[in-house]
Design a protein around this ligand. Structure first.
Ligand SMILES: C=C(O[C@@H]1C=C(C(=O)O)C=C[C@H]1O)C(=O)O
Ligand SMILES: [Mg+2]
Length: 459
């Protein structure tokens, strides 16, 4: 626990400043325990301030991280983008001063993400590097019914502490609840069915020829709205409507990436590792009976079990060398969401000491839930035939703290929001038994949660 009698932020920064030599400067991370505050309202209160804003919520435990501003931005690209991010972060935290105890999920922490491929070539994604993570200037952490504020700042002898502290503490003047806002959908545009059909037939032919086992193929949907899409309200709707998903926002002003994804790539908590296999899809029923019948047919469907098993086998193989005591149930269970249900298998293990979350991401990404099997052949197929740039779609997004705890999800059920335009993404696992029409319907269903959150459909 933090001490109840806390020195003020200003007092702590002053003590540090007094110890500095003339040209010295130091990065400092100060954590304060605070009264409860609504995370969405906190995020919304920093609107239009030219600050990078990041939002993370996990599906079950009610853990929220909201970052505002940036003390430092870390970028990386190419094949080495995970290694490079790990090195940059390790170097940075070896030089930061953390005067108070910083519980897990507080103190200096990176939030951000990576691209699906090692390179991004289209202009559309020019604000989203292949590796982009920020250390926020201030961060709200909410978990186990406790709230903390972390302030990450650089202090030198010249720093005007009054000005700095006034700015950082401005939120204490009050955070009001975010006004609900919506703009109407004008039009949508996506790959027509003929081209989709061709793409899937091509994939099935490659599978039948033995070149591929499984490949995940996706399409984009361009949605044009009447006015600028109100991100705060989109966030509010995602949080309210997608309770069993991770909720993620990376907001760079006019370039925003959002995701309400049910799919965890990896969580590291001390030496505990949790990964999940999520693949295989069916819709929800209108009645309880219909819902249960659909769930049971999904559990017993050979094609979907086949899609799922590729993921289980690969994740098992990937984590085994880095961990001890891997535990994977023999059969999947159902993971229900608002509009659809998936096959789900959790993977738990004990992490061997020297491995970091970045090592795991490097090994795991992309799993056959997003790429395919064999990995390299599937990646080549996607790059060659899929008619759009994936950018951050289907790629790792998440956070890591200064003790190496962290969690990354994969950015499906996601959209790139640029003013009044949103590009949504939805894909599906193609296996030998895939039927183009059914897969098309599956992607259609997967667009609905994000389209609804954006305000494009109401239910
Ligand atoms: C690729 C996506 O989802 C993936 C594909 C699934 C499937 O084909 O059954 C299910 C969950 C995810 O592994 C997506 O939503 O875009
Ligand atoms: Mg599927």
């Amino acid at each position: 626990m933090l001490q109840t009698k806390q020195l003020s932020l200003r007092e702590q920064l002053m003590t540090i400043q007094e110890q500095l030599n003339k040209h010295e400067q130091v990065n400092v991370s100060i954590v304060e325990s605070i009264d409860d505050i609504n995370p969405v309202d906190f995020f919304a209160s920093f609107d239009r301030q030219e600050l990078v804003r990041t939002f993370w919520k996990d599906p079950k435990e009610g853990t929220f991280f909201i970052g505002v501003g940036q003390l430092e931005t870390f970028e990386s690209k190419g094949k080495q983008r995970f290694d490079s991010m790990k090195e940059q972060w390790n170097h940075f935290i070896s030089n930061i001063s953390i005067p108070n105890e910083a519980p897990k999920g507080t103190g200096p922490m990176l939030m951000g993400g990576f691209s699906f491929n090692e390179k991004i070539s289209s202009d559309k994604w020019s604000s989203f590097e292949p590796g982009l993570m920020v250390l926020p200037e201030m961060m709200l952490s909410v978990f186990n019914e406790n709230s903390y504020m972390t302030y990450n700042v650089t202090v030198s002898q010249n720093t005007d502490l009054d000005q700095l502290v006034n700015r950082l503490k401005n939120w204490e003047q009050g955070v009001s609840s975010a006004a609900e806002n919506k703009t109407d959908l004008v039009s949508t545009n996506s790959l027509d069915y003929r081209n989709w059909n061709q793409l899937i037939e091509q994939a099935v032919a490659s599978i039948k020829s033995g070149e591929l086992g499984k490949v995940v193929l996706a399409r984009e949907l361009e949605a044009t709205f009447e006015q600028v899409i109100p991100i705060n309200s989109v966030l509010e709707r995602m949080v309210n409507q997608q309770k069993d998903s991770f909720i993620y926002v990376f907001d760079q002003g006019e370039e925003v990436f959002v995701s309400a994804t049910p799919e965890r790539l990896v969580r590291v908590d001390g030496d505990e590792l949790l990964s999940t296999c999520l693949a295989g899809t069916i819709s929800r029923g209108e009645t309880l009976e219909e819902d249960e019948a659909l769930a049971s047919s999904l559990l017993n469907d050979e094609k979907n079990r086949n899609e799922h098993q590729y993921v289980v086998n690969m994740i098992k193989e990937a984590v085994e060398p880095l961990t001890d005591s891997v535990d994977i149930p023999e059969k999947p269970v159902i993971y229900p969401l608002r509009a659809l249900q998936h096959l789900y298998t959790p993977v738990t293990a004990k992490l061997k000491h020297s491995n970091s979350i970045f090592d795991l991401i490097k090994k795991l990404h992309p799993t056959p839930a997003l790429g395919g099997e064999p990995r390299n052949e599937a990646m080549r197929f996607i790059k060659h035939y899929e008619p759009f740039e994936r950018g951050w779609y289907a790629a790792p997004i998440g956070w890591v703290d200064h003790q190496g705890n962290g969690e990354f999800a994969v950015a499906i059920r996601s959209a790139l929001v640029q003013k009044d335009q949103a590009t949504l993404f939805a894909g599906c696992g193609i296996v030998e038994e895939s039927d183009p029409q059914e897969e098309y319907e599956e992607t259609k269903l997967k667009f609905t949660p994000m389209l609804e959150a954006l305000g494009g459909i109401s239910q």
